[in-house]
Design a protein around this ligand. Structure first.
Ligand SMILES: Cc1ncc(COP(=O)(O)O)c(C=O)c1O
Length: 460
């Protein structure tokens, strides 16, 4: 159609989703087809917008592939309006739901690593003993016993939080969304890290917020000078950050920088939605959250049992500081409560003990896995590949050398039953074209070893 003038220079081509439906092909096949047109110089990619007919084309004649952005983000990116990473996120989510796919692109840890049989017993015991009135009494802010247990864990980590400061939610995802909504109004600017967890961009999109992404270092976390500039320049209302084991980089901010971040936010009266879902997965002692340095109630700390104890139970929480009542009421008016038996079951598990033992085992598994994955990536990926070395958790941020493109690798890998999370999933502006996040939180086995070796060959 391009050669016959059906699609004219500069015109937008159908979205990969539309074409996949029309052609009854997978989205990955369509991406690959488009990419082959890109290689022939007929088509151009515009990050976050789609595929367009190249302005001046020479039919049939191969031209060099267009230059792609290389990994280093600017300190502060331009403000982005509705952010469109969702298509890719939903594709990856669809892939990793199939057991036959190697889930290197998944955000979930291996479900077999969790004490699900014991949780089931505790859930059954708690449900049997449950006073029927609990179903009413445990409406938002949630089960008092569970809030006591969560408060106790804050105490163990040296932070005084009382049960009535806590709101139980359906996973951290609900906590994060409720907190962000409470701290902003449509049209506000929020600051996110670069790269950032894609759900923060999707949330901004849903709430009609504008986003400024601030460079984040794989070791030190967000660039505080750049953040302050972004706040001054753009009137940032709130930030959504992950100071501990940042997704996707794995970065953990040193304690002094956490203190400085809290001060900076207090100086400008900016709210912080602190996503701390991986707090318990640090291999060494846990780090104090930024919440520990919050003197004005600006930090809204969000946690979860999904990654550390009970995947699938959908139980998380937040400590929303001065917006506690707004968050509690928003929870009541949107979902009323988190499943009461699930809350009581987790509270029972925590009361009975054994959480620390389970966490020690889980951290050891992730630490061993990290070593194996890093060794395999180093052995099989192109020379010059950089692999992060996080202090915990189960994500590895991998940067390919030169102009190798993660989206192409992604499309080829999917065809071979291997899922990866390509870099552009974590950017509001299509950045990180040569990077990807690899999940090392599933048991290491022969199939995984083969998949890493295969990915390495595809990347070479
Ligand atoms: C960084 C981050 N925050 C929040 C969540 C969501 O947590 P939950 O499953 O408790 O809703 C995830 C899950 O992938 C995550 O990676």
């Amino acid at each position: 159609m391009i050669e016959r003038g059906g699609f004219r220079p500069g015109e937008r081509l159908p979205s990969t989703r539309t074409l996949a439906r029309a052609k009854e092909a997978s989205a990955a096949t369509i991406v690959e087809a488009y990419e082959s047109l890109v290689e022939r110089g007929l088509v151009q990619v515009r990050p976050r917008s789609g595929y367009f007919v190249a302005p001046s084309r020479k039919p049939g004649k191969a031209t060099a592939a267009p230059k792609t952005k290389i990994d280093r983000a600017p300190a502060i990116a331009a403000i982005e309006e509705p952010v469109a990473v969702s298509e890719l996120v939903f594709q990856v989510l669809a892939q990793i739901r199939q057991r036959q796919v190697v889930p290197l692109g998944s955000a979930f840890p291996g479900p077999s690593l969790f004490p699900l049989p014991r949780l089931a017993q505790d859930l059954a015991r708690a449900a049997r003993r449950m006073d029927p009135w609990r179903t009413v009494e445990d409406l938002s802010p949630g089960s008092l016993e569970l809030r006591r247990q969560v408060a106790k864990r804050y105490g163990l980590h040296g932070l005084a939080v009382s049960p009535d400061e806590i709101v139980i939610t359906s996973g951290a995802m609900e906590a994060l969304n409720l907190c962000l909504a409470a701290a902003t109004r449509p049209g506000d600017v929020i600051a996110l890290e670069s790269p950032a967890f894609y759900a923060s961009m999707q949330a901004a999109d849903r709430l009609g917020l504008r986003v400024v992404q601030v460079r984040t270092d794989p070791v030190d976390g967000i660039d505080l000078d750049a953040l302050e500039q972004a706040i001054r320049r753009n009137g940032v209302k709130a930030c959504w950050l992950m100071p501990t084991l940042q997704n996707p980089l794995g970065a953990s901010m040193p304690v002094e920088r956490r203190r400085a971040l809290a001060k900076l936010l207090a100086r400008h009266d900016v709210a912080l939605v602190e996503d701390d879902v991986y707090a318990e997965l640090r291999f060494e002692d846990p780090l104090p959250p930024v919440k520990a340095f919050d003197t004005k109630g600006l930090v809204m700390h969000c946690g979860s049992f999904s990654k550390s104890l009970a995947p699938g139970y959908r139980v998380g929480w937040c400590v929303p500081g001065r917006l506690r009542q707004a968050v509690e009421r928003a929870k009541l008016s949107t979902s009323i409560a988190t499943s009461v038996p699930a809350q009581e079951g987790i509270a029972e598990f925590l009361r009975q003990g054994g959480y620390e033992r389970h966490l020690r085992r889980l951290r050891r598994t992730f630490s061993d896995n990290q070593r194996r994955f890093r060794a395999a990536i180093t052995a099989h990926f192109p020379a010059g590949t950089r692999v992060a070395s996080p202090e915990g958790g189960y994500f590895l941020w991998v940067e390919l050398p030169g102009r190798r493109e993660a989206m192409k690798l992604y499309a080829r890998a999917v065809k071979e039953g291997i899922s990866v999370a390509p870099g552009p999933m974590f950017s509001a502006s299509g950045g990180y074209a040569n990077a990807m996040r690899i999940n090392c939180g599933h048991p290491w086995d022969e199939r995984t070893a083969r998949a890493i070796a295969r990915l390495g060959r595809l990347a070479n």
